[in-house]
Design a binder for this molecule. Structure first.
Ligand code: PLP
Length: 395
């Protein structure tokens, strides 16, 4: 079988072999339920507590401020819906950005249908939120600001510490979706000034289906899941012990290699852009050219569809993503690219390439060789590509 070259690390990452080894005993011989009181259960409870302490230490939090969840989606939903319910007496207004993940946007829409008001602050052409826009959006009845740390499509990194200063001055709770930055950028919840922060293990070489929420002490929030009283009664459900142990291991490993990974991946990413930009006509960078994740390259190409590029790249063994199709399989252009001011027809021709630990210089050179002929072939067949007509002058 031809080698698969995986360039979709923003979507998910493979669990590190050390993570898998750390998890295995908790799936088999040490399978106890941490909520039980005999030694098998207490051993599991001890492992969960150790994971909590290790994770807390790596993000500047206290262990009791870490709540284990099933991943980024649950943490985002909990932060928004749980705050809305707990803060009802204060108000019904929430603030977010126009480029959040669907886990945030759909939770906001859910609340809007129930009478809450949501302000979506705009972003600039690179996808950056201006903290002053957040300040202007805050009202006496505002209860939560939710802004992501880095965007999952274009990789733009938001000025979270500055926004944190604004929310603190205004006395409004601040939630940050750090799903794309955990394990990639240093995170300190105190320096960032956040009250809640979401993370998901499968984005940093940990297992799928496990994540966490950092919840600053004394933050009022109602539970999303009700049941057995785990996590101090705030998040019910038997602990995913192997997942939690694996997530802590993955974060520890990511912390140790973060700087080296970032430098290596950014250099490969820059070589990729330079190689493509040099030979492909009408190719543009999406997102902020400087304030972005080290492993993210998001480009748009005139005259072709993202989906057709993905399928042809797949035939050459490459896994990449499009910025245009949403998870439901609809062909709506990406809300992120539209919010950046990219016209719908250009947003459709976008491709997200996200590098990772397994990416080598050979993979990048192969991509630079393989991709331009694919673009040429698709443009030959394209009814909307014409070498010298207006579509070239639109950008
Ligand atoms: N938030 C962001 C920014 C993401 O990129 C993702 C996953 O793609 C999520 C939330 C959802 O995380 P999970 O897959 O753990 O539910």
């Amino acid at each position: 079988m031809e080698e698969v070259i995986y360039l979709d690390h923003a979507s998910t990452t493979p669990a590190d072999p050390e993570v898998v080894s750390a998890m295995l005993p908790w799936l088999s011989e040490a399978f106890g339920n941490p909520s039980t009181v005999y030694s098998l259960g207490l051993t599991a409870a001890h492992a969960v507590q150790q994971a909590r302490e290790s994770i807390a230490g790596s993000i500047g939090a206290e262990p009791e401020e870490i709540y284990f969840t099933s991943g980024g989606t649950e943490s985002d939903n909990w932060a928004i819906l749980g705050t809305a319910e707990a803060q009802q007496k204060k108000g019904h207004h929430l603030i977010t950005s126009s480029i959040e993940h669907h886990a945030v946007l759909e939770s906001m829409e859910y609340l809007e249908k129930r009478g809450y008001e949501v302000t979506r602050v705009p972003v600039d052409g690179g996808g950056l939120v201006n903290p002053e826009e957040v300040r202007r959006a805050i009202r006496p009845d505002s209860i939560l600001v939710s802004i992501m740390h880095a965007n999952n499509e274009v990789g733009t990194i938001q000025p979270i510490a500055e926004i944190g200063r604004v929310t603190r001055e205004a006395g409004v709770l601040f939630h940050v979706d750090a799903v794309q930055t955990a394990g990639k950028l240093p995170l300190d919840v105190k320096e960032l000034g956040v009250d809640m922060l979401s993370m998901s293990a499968h984005k940093f070489y940990g297992p799928k289906g496990v994540g966490l929420m950092y919840l600053r002490k004394r933050t009022r929030i109602t539970p999303l899941l009700h049941g057995g009283g785990q996590e101090k009664g705030r998040r019910a459900g038997t602990h995913n012990v192997p997942g939690i142990v694996g997530m802590a291991k993955a974060l520890e490993l990511a912390g140790a290699r973060m700087g080296d990974d970032a430098v290596r991946e950014a250099a490969l990413r820059d070589r990729l852009w330079q190689g493509l930009e040099g030979v492909i006509e009408s190719i543009y960078l999406n997102g902020d050219p400087l304030r972005r994740l080290p492993n993210n390259l998001n480009v748009r190409l005139d005259g072709i569809e993202g989906e057709s590029m993905i399928l042809m790249l797949d035939m050459e063994g490459f896994c990449v993503s499009s910025g245009s199709a949403c998870t439901t399989g609809s062909l709506e252009p990406s809300h992120v690219l539209l919010a950046l001011g990219i016209p719908a027809e250009h947003a459709h021709g976008s491709l997200r390439i996200t590098l990772g630990r397994s990416t080598t210089a050979d993979h990048i050179e192969k991509f630079i060789r393989v991709f331009p002929p694919i673009v040429a072939r698709l443009r030959e067949m394209s009814p909307i590509w014409c070498a010298n007509c207006v579509c070239k002058q639109r950008t």
